[in-house]
Design a protein around this ligand. Sequence first.
Ligand SMILES: [Fe+2]
Length: 333
Amino acid sequence: LTPIHWDSAGSRPLVCKYHGWSFDSEGKLRRIPFEKEVYRYTDLEKKKLCLKRFKVELVGRLIFVNVSDDPLPIEKQIVPDLLRQLREISGSFDSSYAKQVSRRKFNWKLVYENLRDGLHVPFVHPKTLSNLIEYDVSKIPVRIDWSMSLGALSHGGADAPIPNLPAEDWHSNVDRWPCGSFYHNWLIYPNLHLLTATCGNSFSIEYHEPVSPGETDVHLYFVTAKRKNPSWDPTEVLNGHFQGADVILSEDYGVLEKLQENLARASLAPALGAYEWWNFRIESWYLRAIGRARVEDYITQYLGWPLRVIAATLNYGKKHGWKPLFKKVLRFG
Ligand SMILES: [Fe+2]
């Protein structure tokens, strides 16, 4: 079980560094050094020696690998419109990117909760993100939510407005992805986050890899939009992005690490607010998926659910008016 590749990026033939076994691009055995002398496998034994196959999906220029033995079709995990958006934005990525990995002391699930919590921005990022985006608490959606499917756990598109993006010289070197003056966020359940905080001039891709119950490896990539001039070197710009991201992410991760320290001591059940419908949706789905929904969870979920729908319906009607609400209900029906 020695890994074939030891580096997380690059290009080299499929040759094991331990005993030099080599495989072709399909993972079939090509050659075993000293096979006749020391291994003496039968043909039948050799036929079974191939690399494990995984389901791979290309979505634009993103590659999704499903490591399950019984992989779900990607369309069941990510709805068609979101797949279309991922194809479109990844089509604007430049061929050069930069990547950093850092190990953080929190469970991976805390990141997805935090990314779907629009209310923390003015408290955790008062001098950073709050100064970039036009934050408006009344724009945080409190919606009617009946979704229970896996596809409904991922979401993406325009988020808050970026009214005054500082013009930078390097913007003229790239073919900006035309997305108006908005902060764009794509949250792909369970652990992928794409965004552009530069109105399509550059993108960040975060991927949160669980390491242990209290540790997560954060893989952070930056890529600019496609270069207009291949001789322009984006390295300095990408390094600047890492410095900026480090400030903002440290604000989030500082809170999450403190939260993680306290988790073992916590005895209170979470009291989710109406605006946390998205995290509630994920947690309900997740508990069922891992078979850990307890009787009291079913009671809170299934008895609490109608009350939540009524509360969210009243909220929606008050906020957006009753006519759009009826239209929405009819559309769902
Ligand atoms: Fe944050």
